[in-house]
Design a protein around this ligand. Structure first.
Ligand SMILES: Cc1cc2nc3c(=O)[nH]c(=O)nc-3n(C[C@H](O)[C@H](O)[C@H](O)COP(=O)(O)OP(=O)(O)OC[C@H]3O[C@@H](n4cnc5c(N)ncnc54)[C@H](O)[C@@H]3O)c2cc1C
Length: 486
């Protein structure tokens, strides 16, 4: 186990009053890298109560808290931290849950460093408050104590709303609608909920039991979950209308893998991160042979990409027994979209990064088994539409990397199943659903949010969209049905 000491020291001034010696935040307890690469247990183990006590003292309780504006679901951060400081844990939990029903998840995977913590005033003075870690602490405290705080629901309105997709966007939308008194059913294609949280993010970053437990909070709000139903195939929106649903939220994510256009894509040993992570996470290949999903992993695994998907694939491959894992990314370290914490963890675990490198072709043997990858060195040019400097190949700089497995983790795009089943629904050229600022589509009863609107983004931005879409749905239903009744 890692260092269990907090990096904050308390000193007393000449009047005997306690103050913090330094402005450092506590370091989470973590599994030792040499140990954790042999297991799928969680890497970060959270804060101790003592660390929380010290960290909450650093919060300045700003009158105009920038952190709240920095959070896409606007959690009342100073208030929950104050309650934590006063050790009113149940109340702190309740405070968070009125804005965010998935605190144990968000406390673990949200990119706080670019959201609430980036906005924290202390960021300019030293280190920002560890908001995510405090959120995680209180959510874990709830589970450890077998409690289940759940906000109250308004009086039932007797109006049915269908939410399509049980990812962060759908779950947030469903929770918000249920709290407003709607009769909500989530239709999910897979056999479990959570979306990417379940099939994409590995167990060592986000244990499945946490996702299950947070979905239970929704069930306590009387949200119904119907699994193994693909809307657009098993049932259509028209079928749902016939059984009485009055409004719809589409939160189906953007789960279709993007392939590289290079020769050798069909060789044995070339996988997409989607397939690799779904097999490992959802179908529990990491527990093979206890679960009968095999997963072939070579001695040298090369992962292409620089986001969370690529890093999750690399770290999973290591835990599945790869001897060497290389991440090949076409831009530089500075442009890498993966969370800093994950990058840091990957380095600690011995993952090798080759920046400014791009695949040219995959090379196999006579049996079409992958053996090598030809890559080319890149340099950064002008800024492109993403705001990052464009990678440009350096002429005649090609070289070979020996590899048995290649995992392509360069991103995902919209899956057209549902949009094709609603031909009049307006979509962008890339297949994403178009909405207005209230997340309403061109079809008045259909709303959408999350990755299917923005393209691949973050858990909390999807949740924010789901929440705000729920407000839009409420307004629409109030005007169309409820106010008319009165
Ligand atoms: C490997 C990986 C790691 C990531 N790591 C992070 C991270 O650390 N932090 C972070 O903030 N973000 C991370 N992200 C991004 C984040 O997970 C997504 O932005 C977020 O999950 C999007 O939420 P969503 O609800 O829009 O879609 P999804 O999570 O994709 O959920 C959509 C759900 O809809 C279901 N569905 C699809 N089509 C249908 C249909 N026709 N009928 C019924 N159900 C359907 C799917 O099965 C799925 O359950 C990661 C993404 C990946 C792939």
């Amino acid at each position: 186990m890692g260092n269990q000491r907090s990096s904050i020291d308390i000193v007393k001034n000449n009047k005997g009053k306690k103050r913090l010696k330094n402005k450092k935040r506590p370091k989470m307890i973590e599994q030792d890298p040499s140990e954790r690469i042999k297991n799928f247990a969680e890497v970060s183990l959270g804060l101790t109560e003592e660390m929380v006590e010290l960290e909450t003292q650093r919060c300045l309780q700003c009158e105009n808290p920038l952190c709240v504006a920095g959070c896409p679901v606007n959690i009342k951060i100073p208030q929950f931290i104050k309650l934590l400081k006063e050790k009113k844990y149940k109340k702190a939990l309740y405070k968070i849950k009125t804005d965010n029903l998935l605190p144990a998840i968000c406390g673990r995977v949200c990119p706080q460093e670019t959201q609430c913590e980036e906005a924290c005033v202390l960021n300019k003075l030293g280190e920002p408050i560890a908001i995510g870690q405090l959120e995680r602490f209180i959510a874990d405290w709830e589970r450890k104590n077998n409690l289940k705080e759940c906000p109250e629901c308004a009086v039932p309105k007797g109006i049915k709303v269908a939410v399509i997709g049980a990812g962060p966007a759908g779950l947030a939308c469903a929770g918000e609608l249920a709290m407003s008194g709607y009769d909500v059913t989530i239709f999910e294609a897979f056999h479990i909920g959570g979306g990417v949280l379940s099939y994409g993010i590995p167990q060592f970053r986000l244990p499945k039991e946490i996702i299950k437990s947070e979905i239970e909070t929704l069930e306590m709000l009387n949200v119904k979950l119907e699994y193994n139903i693909i809307i657009g195939k098993t049932l259509t929106i028209e079928d749902l209308k016939e059984i009485g649903f009055k409004a719809f939220f589409i939160g189906v994510g953007a789960g279709l893998p993007i392939f590289l256009r290079v020769p050798g894509l069909n060789l044995n040993g070339v996988l997409t991160a989607n397939e690799f992570l779904t097999r490992s996470n959802l179908m529990k290949a990491f527990k093979f042979p206890d679960y009968d999903t095999p997963i072939k992993i070579g001695k040298i695994v090369t992962v292409i990409g620089g986001g969370n998907v690529a890093l999750d694939s690399a770290r999973t491959a290591l835990r599945l027994g790869a001897e060497k894992v290389i991440v090949v990314y076409r831009r530089s370290e500075a442009e890498m979209p993966a969370r800093r914490e994950e990058y840091h963890h990957a380095l600690e675990e011995g993952i090798i990064f080759q920046f400014l490198t791009n695949p040219v072709k995959f090379i196999g043997d006579e049996n079409d088994d992958l053996k090598q990858m030809e890559v080319i060195k890149m340099e950064l040019g002008e800024h492109d539409e993403s705001g990052r400097r464009r990678p440009i190949p350096i002429e005649s700089s090609e070289y070979l990397i020996d590899t048995d497995t290649i995992i392509i983790g360069i991103g995902t795009k919209a899956n057209p199943i549902i949009t094709k089943s609603i031909p009049e629904l307006k979509i962008s050229k890339r297949g994403y659903i178009k909405t207005d600022e209230n997340f309403q589509t061109n079809i008045e009863e259909i709303f959408a949010g999350g990755d299917i609107v923005t393209g691949a983004a973050t858990v909390i931005s999807a949740m924010g969209a789901g929440k705000r879409a729920a407000h839009g749905i409420d307004k629409f239903l109030q005007e169309k049905y409820i106010n008319k009744k009165e």
